[in-house]
Design a binder for this molecule. Structure first.
Ligand SMILES: N=C(N)NCCCCNCCCN
Ligand SMILES: [Mn+2]
Ligand SMILES: [Mn+2]
Length: 286
């Protein structure tokens, strides 16, 4: 099928399904128009797809070969350079087109700035937003733009979506106060445990949108990201949390955002690709 705003790019290695027939549909969002520190998020989707070439499609943890699952890749959204709101509108419209053609599909966004998660959430209308991030992303506005990546969780909370955040180690006094006032619960990276995770997410209403800002991981795993912060989560912390959500909650959508870089084979993209295969593999086991 054709989409208004997407174009083809490097595909996954194994045979892919058509978006109408797929259970999972990958969509890249190569946007980095409001990046304030480290550049390169526009290359994130391509770097992640390339990094998947290094991985076995058989996820041995689950005895699932994801090459046997119906996965489609509809390419990348044509971004409006410098305009996160207009680009997120295109993400929203693309995900809406996809859901009209295939109502039970799980969209998987690869980014690109975290600002673009808003478009997917607007299209999918989840009841809850579970996010792994170093940052609260609860600013009212940043650098004069309310659609900056540093504001995305605030915009999503304003839609009435319940939020829980993990891996946090950066925010302003105002963001902490906003979380408190709005009942947004978050766990500091240094306090993270699987039990703390389950306690916060268990009561959340379904369906759940899962968002991975790649900077949630320890810096050693993800050096190439827009606003890197030391002291993050371990790889298996996040995998085990995603497994719990997949097994216990209805999932509306999934994304891996803020992957940047300029070299193929970047550590950050390899971390993201491995996590992507674990998400699809864990879903595929059901
Ligand atoms: N959500 C985010 N990625 N937020 C990070 C915003 C950038 C904070 N810079 C602080 C600079 C202080 N001199
Ligand atoms: Mn972040
Ligand atoms: Mn973020």
């Amino acid at each position: 099928m054709d989409f208004l705003y997407t174009y083809e790019t490097l595909k996954l290695e194994f045979p892919l399904a058509e978006p109408e027939d797929a259970r999972f549909v990958i969509l890249g969002v190569p946007f980095d128009g409001t990046t304030s520190f480290k550049p390169g998020a526009r290359f994130g989707p391509t770097l992640i797809r390339h990094a998947t070439l290094n991985l076995e499609s058989y996820v041995l943890d689950y005895d699932v070969d994801i090459a046997e699952l119906p996965i489609a890749d509809i390419g990348d959204v044509a971004v409006v350079a410098g305009d996160p709101r207009k680009t997120a509108d295109r993400v929203r419209e693309t995900v809406e087109e996809l859901k009209r053609a295939n109502p039970s599909v799980i969209p998987i966004l690869l980014g690109g700035e975290h600002s673009q998660t808003l478009g997917a959430v607007e299209a999918l209308k989840p009841k809850s937003y579970v996010v792994f991030d170093a940052h609260l992303d609860l600013r009212e506005s940043y650098e004069d733009n309310p659609y900056n990546h540093a504001c995305v969780a605030r915009r999503i909370a304003e839609l009435g979506v319940k939020e829980a955040m993990f891996g946090i180690r950066s925010g302003t006094r105002e963001e902490v106060a906003y979380a408190e006032e709005s009942g947004i619960q978050w766990v500091h990276a240094r306090d993270y445990s699987f039990d703390a995770f389950v306690e916060l997410v268990k009561p959340l209403p379904e369906p759940v949108y899962i968002s991975i800002d790649i900077d949630a991981f320890d810096l050693s795993l993800v050096p190439s990201t827009g606003t890197p912060e030391a002291g993050g989560l371990r790889f298996w912390d996040v995998v085990e949390a995603v497994e719990w959500l997949v097994e216990n909650k209805r999932i509306a959508g999934f994304d891996i955002m803020e992957v940047a870089g300029s070299e193929l084979g970047d550590v950050t993209a390899l971390t993201a690709a491995k996590l992507l295969f674990h998400f699809i593999g864990a879903m595929g086991r059901l």
